[in-house]
Write a new protein. Structure first.
Ligand SMILES: [Zn+2]
Length: 667
């Protein structure tokens, strides 16, 4: 996925706060961490499940999707593999679900099983304990979701492109799958699945499964996912969706008004698949399709297998942001095929994926494009590290205990992870490192892995090729120490050197760079141009840039998220109405938060931010809503504390609020 640490955790606490329907015989809230018996690296503190005793091998869903009730209702049937001969309980993760009935099958007949749904923990949801004294091979649960399920978003027709039909989509990573299906919601368990889903007949339903491009839209859909997946890759979407192919095995699902633009923007996808296959072995998931979501999708993308979920904000008309497609596709190897065993090792998913993304970008668009993106990523990481707790700066994170696993998701996993692999590539050479990485994917295909396993694999399969290439303390610096090792080589783009020269010359002389120079600049160069401007510019400087480059009103979100904060900070209020329109229309958290963060710094800006948010809120995903709410609440509290006190005694100066960390993004 392309996501945030601090704000995200606040978001989750807020969105998971409702405890929902309670079972008649509720138990006190339990947290998985309190119950953990094992403390090895593979142990997943974010799940109640006990996969060493019994595992879900296959899941069969039979669900009715109801837009009016904002509900999924029906049954989940599990094929179980009992591992511990003494075990007689199946423990599942749930959040905000109503469990109506649990049955077990024995000798072809279904009979009721006893179960207990514990009170909800605000982060992990409710532990569901099912008594299965006969160790049933099949168990069936009848349940329904809550309208506030943290993993589902329901959109009114007005919030879609076409404005005719409603839309819904899931976001299961990290631990939201449990809000729409009772599961062993841990990346260390994989299962195959099938589904029968009914809906109103005028919407198309898709899942992270074998979507048939020719399926009739009739309100009755069946799906099969023959490759075993972890729970966070379970996905569903429904809306006015049509399909257009890109190649024999790849295409785009989108609303009718969007599909042609998306196909054009993503037309290199087949070439991306072929390139990645050449480097890292066959694509093992049959089709690779992309689903373009409404602008409220809170992230850049989500690597749901066979059907990546994609934000429409990367469709700019010039393919300048398609590295997001390279990223989601790369997850078909790193993450979906070889999966982090627990969320504290998320760098194994995201660092590997960001590295592979860079290799795909390089192969299709050249080394300079890949270097520009790496340089932007690395400078973003350095800014984030400045405000980050030391322990969170290691790739191999300490046990997450009672923390929301979404806190593990920072730019460290993505950018430092990828940087580490680039470092290994430089030390060993591509002729050695590429086959090593391919073998890692082959040898762990459809399995989960932890950092210790990777280190062991590296010692056995990479180090012997050149024992002097890597010292143990260097490995330790990357994996276990904070910051970026001093011996790491930063990415350096040639284009950016020219951009720096042009910016410096303009600031000195007020002469804009020659259009022949800027004519070649793509999104990345403009991003770098703006990022180097420092804290503020004078209003006349901003007006000059705006007249020449039309930044205000830009449809390009990467430019908007940098231009508007600079303009607002500098008091260039001409840009404010357009900034407001942008954050009202787009709900991708990474793009809107820097603008809100700038707005709330003045009383007038805070009032404006509140107004815009009220209008935007119905179209925002709960994740973005919670982040904005937390920011507005904090800014409101700081503003009233700073208001002049009537007392004669002077109030002590307010300590400066630390800058909110940038919003890292996953899927
Ligand atoms: Zn990702």
């Amino acid at each position: 996925m392309r996501f945030s640490a601090l704000l995200f955790s606040l978001a989750m606490v807020a969105s998971a706060g409702c405890s929902g329907d309670k079972a008649p015989d509720a138990q006190p809230a339990a947290t998985p961490a309190k119950e953990a018996a094992v403390s090895d690296r593979r142990h997943d503190e974010s799940s109640f499940a006990q996969p060493d005793k019994v595992r879900i091998a296959d899941l069969a869903l039979d669900l009715a999707l109801d837009f009016d009730q904002k509900q999924l209702a029906g049954t989940a049937t599990y094929q179980l593999e009992w591992l511990d001969p003494k075990a007689s309980q199946l423990v599942l993760d749930t959040r905000n679900l109503t469990i109506q009935k649990v049955e077990g099958e024995a000798d072809g007949a279904w009979s009721p099983l006893q179960f207990v749904l514990a009170d909800a923990d605000p982060v992990f949801g409710s532990k569901l304990t099912i008594e299965s004294p006969q160790r049933n091979a099949r168990v069936r649960i009848t349940y329904h979701t809550a309208p506030t399920a943290s993993g589902l978003q329901w959109l009114e027709p007005a919030m879609t492109e076409g404005k005719q039909l409603p839309f819904m989509f899931s976001q299961s990573q990290a631990i939201h799958a449990r809000s729409w299906v009772p599961l062993q919601d841990t990346p260390s368990v994989r299962f195959t699945y099938s589904a029968h889903v009914t809906s109103r007949p005028d919407v198309m339903v898709l899942m992270s499964a074998d979507n048939d491009p020719a399926a009739p839209r009739d309100g009755d859909y069946t799906f099969k996912m023959p490759q075993p997946i972890p729970s966070y890759l379970l996905a569903i979407a429904a809306g006015d969706l049509v399909f257009k192919p890109i190649s024999g095995r790849s295409g785009v699902w989108a609303e009718p008004a969007m599909v042609d633009r998306a196909v054009k923007e993503f037309e290199d996808t087949e070439q991306m698949i072929a390139t990645t296959e050449q480097l890292y072995g066959p694509y093992r998931w049959e089709r690779y399709d992309m689903l373009v979501l409404p602008p409220s999708f809170p992230f850049g993308g989500m690597e749901n297998p066979r059907l990546s979920f994609i934000t429409p904000t990367v469709i700019t008309g010039d393919k300048s942001l398609v590295s997001l497609i390279a990223h989601e596709l790369a997850h078909s190897w790193s993450g979906n095929l070889v999966t982090n065993a627990s969320w504290k090792d998320i760098w194994l998913n995201e660092g590997f994926t960001t590295y592979v993304q860079g290799r795909i970008t390089e192969a299709l668009y050249g080394v300079e494009m890949a270097d520009m993106e790496r340089q932007i990523d690395q400078s973003g990481l350095k800014k984030d590290l400045a405000g980050m707790d030391q322990a969170q700066q290691a790739l191999a994170l300490p046990p997450l205990a009672e923390h929301d696993p979404d806190e593990a998701l920072s730019e460290v996993a993505y950018v430092k992870g990828a940087w580490f692999l680039q470092f290994l590539e430089q030390r060993f050479g591509r002729e050695v490192f590429d086959p090593f990485l391919r073998a890692w994917f082959d040898d762990h295909a459809f399995q989960s892995a932890d950092t210790d396993q990777f280190v062991e694999y590296l010692k056995q399969n990479l180090l012997p090729k050149n024992p002097n290439a890597l010292r143990p303390e260097e490995l330790d610096a990357w994996l276990n120490q904070p910051g970026i090792p001093a011996f790491a080589t930063p990415a350096k783009s040639r284009t950016f050197s020219n951009v720096d020269t042009a910016r410096i010359a303009w600031r000195g002389s007020a002469q804009l760079p020659n259009p022949q120079i800027t004519g070649d600049w793509g999104t990345q160069a403009w991003v770098h141009f703006l990022e180097g401007m420092g804290e503020t510019l004078r209003p006349e400087q901003l007006a000059q840039l705006d007249a020449a480059y039309k930044f205000t009103g830009t449809p390009n979100g990467e430019i908007a998220m940098r231009w508007y904060p600079l303009a607002l900070r500098s008091g260039y209020l001409e840009a404010r109405p357009a900034a407001g329109e942008f954050i009202e229309r787009v709900g991708r958290r990474k793009l809107v938060m820097p603008i809100y963060q700038e707005l709330v710094k003045t009383p007038d800006g805070l009032a404006f931010a509140r107004e815009v948010f009220e209008r935007a809120r119905p179209g925002y995903h709960p994740i973005t809503t919670a982040s904005v709410e937390a920011l507005l609440a904090k800014a409101g509290a700081a503003a009233s504390a700073a208001a002049p006190a009537p007392a004669v005694v002077e109030a002590p100066a307010q300590p400066q609020q630390p800058e909110q960390p940038a919003q890292p993004e996953q899927p």
